[in-house]
Design a protein around this ligand. Sequence first.
Ligand code: OFO
Length: 165
Amino acid sequence: MLSKALQKALNEQINKEFYSSYLYLSMAAWAESRNLPGFAHWLKFQQQEENGHAMKLYNYVNERGGSVELGAIEQPPSDFKSPTTLFEEVLNHERFITASINKIYEKAVKENDYATQVKLHWFIDEQVEEEASASEILNTLKMAGEKGPALLMLDRQLARRGQQR
Ligand code: OFO
């Protein structure tokens, strides 16, 4: 059985994962409107992953005999200055999510809740990947610039997400 404190933290995390999904969908919409279909594809792919993260936690809370309580999802921003700013925001957001997962893990350690620790190992690993891929794209944008052929090439590369994994 989950403690009340861990149940609350996991429910809040479910909300954060759904917010991530909403944020990336909003970013995808921005990219579509800027004629960047590859960026939009990457972000929509990410949006689906975030739904998966939320559902993993949803299932886990239920499996442990807890109750899932869904809160309101905050409105995400809808305007981004440029593809670089957008990816800066992706990276910052993922760092925020990593910190949030780490805090829940600390709680699980304090409470000797081993099952939650093991469940969170998957999320801790996933966050390493999430931060690495956001920062790789951000570095490419910074190095190659956001105009002309470089942006077109990156857009084509991002359009392949899900095909090469
Ligand atoms: Fe769920 O990892 Fe991103 O936010």
